[in-house]
Design a protein around this ligand. Structure first.
Ligand SMILES: Cc1cc2nc3c(=O)[nH]c(=O)nc-3n(C[C@H](O)[C@H](O)[C@H](O)COP(=O)(O)OP(=O)(O)OC[C@H]3O[C@@H](n4cnc5c(N)ncnc54)[C@H](O)[C@@H]3O)c2cc1C
Ligand SMILES: NC(=O)c1ccc[n+]([C@@H]2O[C@H](COP(=O)([O-])OP(=O)(O)OC[C@H]3O[C@@H](n4cnc5c(N)ncnc54)[C@H](O)[C@@H]3O)[C@@H](O)[C@H]2O)c1
Length: 496
């Protein structure tokens, strides 16, 4: 028997799940198909598990401090117990998802019902997909489809992932103990987050391979240097301008050969190597060619602003959302796109997708948050701007916390209006207040409007207020008195 649904969603990550739930809101009968972990990389081997491990590692690092007038008399950490806590967090979320799936099961609801099928989906034709599960193959008919199949770690050419000693982020929870020595290949967000986590626990000698001369290559130099410095202060050995020649596996260790840009090479010994060089879209095996969908060269699915795919004949009832679309690979983007696709299917009013005020959190020590444009982006687009930097060393709340390693950097348009274009913030609570600036960017706010607002004291966001005041020459503390802690720069295309 072929089951028929108003909407079939392939993938239960943030894009797929949000799409399915939004479609229930207006009474569609929906089927989600999931091949592996409920919740995708949003939960398992991804955002939630890595963030749980990060929080545990930060707690451990605080407990290990000896500079605050207190000292823990004995401190130890057990990797198996850390893993158990991490998996517990993932399961907690999966059970919430399952509770919702059960609440909206077809047995309980005639309209607005949700079914989950476990197995791998591929298109048979434009209206049918086949699902290969443990119990055999099922044919499912859909009026509409959302492809939300996410992404997986990119592999390193010539390096075999064995899942035990040479792993990707999918293999972290398969480790049996803290490695004594670990090489992380790739100094993007995942590489720097795991370098932070493993160095926080203090059980692992961490080596981070950075093929350029700066980690987080897409961020501005000051942000990259800040992150690099903090990683090094946390004990991470960063190998800048180094590429991996090869890894020789020995019974007890891995022998790693690194080649540096200046021509010299270095051989180091580690126990585990983690490959974190980006993620590739999961589009293989979907049989998209059968429904006339042509992929981008990098395998991502080309979508329009409304997440709809066009099949070359101009019409289609297939949408795509999340990492598979090649937009920023972030939980919030996946969720937003998934909801938008469902709203489009329901033909109900949608918020248009606007990536200009998108924010990202980076879980380092301290945390770093980003919203809107950075200097690199504005320079590429030839947009004149002013940048103001204000250090947390001047912010009373940070002083009280004895935690002043951080800053805010705000970019505004270099015109009379001084519209806020972007911010980078680092230090305690940066992840909590970044969204307030996303609102300011979204509303097209200028400095004059923002400065009417009272900022509560003592609070970390007072740094934002002072940074904005600095831009209009009205700050309480002046760049002349604290040139290392407060500064303003201007950039215009013709001055380059
Ligand atoms: C280690 C790590 C940490 C991260 N941390 C953060 C963070 O802190 N903040 C943040 O914003 N983002 C973070 N991300 C990124 C975030 O997890 C992803 O952007 C997000 O999960 C993408 O959602 P998605 O729904 O598009 O895909 P996914 O979450 O990848 O879900 C896709 C699902 O589809 C399933 N699937 C694939 N093919 C098929 C098929 N043919 N049939 C059936 N099912 C299929 C997969 O099994 C998977 O469950 C992190 C990612 C990783 C790897
Ligand atoms: N906190 C968060 O928001 C968060 C956390 C984790 C992951 N993510 C998402 O997951 C995505 C993937 O993360 P990622 O860190 O794997 O990718 P990334 O694109 O952030 O970084 C990849 C890094 O690997 C380097 N690299 C690429 N090829 C290489 C090679 N052959 N040798 C050495 N280095 C190489 C790149 O220069 C870059 O530094 C991110 O783009 C991000 O959107 C987000």
């Amino acid at each position: 028997m072929t089951n028929t649904y108003d909407l079939v969603v392939i993938g239960s990550g943030p894009a797929g799940f949000s799409s399915a739930i939004r479609a229930l809101d207006y009474g569609l009968n929906v089927c989600i198909i999931e091949g592996k972990h409920l919740g995708g990389a949003g939960i398992m081997n991804g955002a939630l598990t890595s963030k749980t491990m990060y929080e545990l590692s930060m707690d451990y690092a605080i407990a290990a401090r000896i500079d605050r007038g207190y000292r823990v008399s004995s401190l130890s950490v057990n990797f198996e117990k850390v893993k158990k806590t991490v998996i517990q967090a993932a399961k907690e979320k999966q059970y919430q998802m399952l509770s919702q799936i059960e609440t909206f099961s077809p047995a309980q609801n005639k309209k607005g019902a949700l079914t989950i099928e476990y197995g791998w989906a591929s298109f048979v034709d434009a209206d049918h997909i086949e699902v290969r599960g443990k119990e055999g193959t099922k044919l499912i008919k859909g009026t509409n489809f959302v492809i939300a199949t996410g992404s997986r770690p990119r592999l390193y050419d010539g390096l075999q992932i064995d899942g035990e000693r040479i792993i990707t982020s999918d293999g972290i929870l398969h480790l049996k103990e803290f490695p004594e020595r670990m090489l992380i290949i790739g100094s993007g967000i995942i590489g720097c987050e795991f370098a932070t986590i493993f160095s926080n626990f203090g059980q692992t000698e961490v080596h981070l391979l950075d093929r350029s001369n700066r980690v987080l290559p897409y961020e501005d130099d000051d942000v990259s240097s800040f992150v690099s410095r903090n990683l090094e202060n946390n004990g991470v050995n960063i190998h800048h301008t180094a590429t991996l020649r090869h890894i020789r596996k020995h019974p007890e260790h891995l022998e790693v050969v690194l080649d540096y840009h200046d021509g010299h090479s270095k051989v180091i010994e580690v126990d585990v190597a983690l490959v974190a060089i980006g993620r590739v879209p999961n589009t293989e095996g979907l049989n998209l060619e059968k429904i006339g969908i042509e992929l981008h060269k990098n395998g991502t699915i080309p979508i329009q602003d409304d997440c709809l795919l066009r099949d070359g004949k101009g019409t289609c009832h297939v949408y795509a959302a999340g990492d598979v679309t090649g937009h920023s690979q972030l939980y919030s983007v996946a969720e937003f796109q998934g909801r938008l696709a469902a709203e489009k299917i329901g033909d109900i009013p949608q918020y248009p997708l606007d990536y200009s005020h998108m924010s990202t959190l980076m879980f380092f020590k301290p945390e770093v948050a980003a919203v809107g444009a950075n200097e690199k982006m504005l320079q590429q687009r030839q947009i004149p701007y002013k940048a103001a930097y204000y250090s947390n060393k001047l912010v009373n709340r940070a002083i009280a916390m004895r935690n002043t390693n951080g800053f805010v950097k705000i970019l505004v348009s270099n015109d009379d209006e001084q519209r806020i274009l972007g911010m980078r913030a680092a230090g305690p609570q940066a992840s909590a207040f970044i969204v307030s600036v996303a609102h300011l960017i979204n509303q097209g706010n200028s400095l004059h409007e923002v400065l009417k607002i009272f900022y509560p004291h003592p609070s970390i966001p007072e740094g934002i207020q002072e940074c904005l005041r600095t831009l209009s020459g009205k700050s309480i503390y002046k760049p002349e008195a604290f040139p290392d802690l407060i500064n303003i720069r201007e950039w215009t295309p013709d001055k380059e």
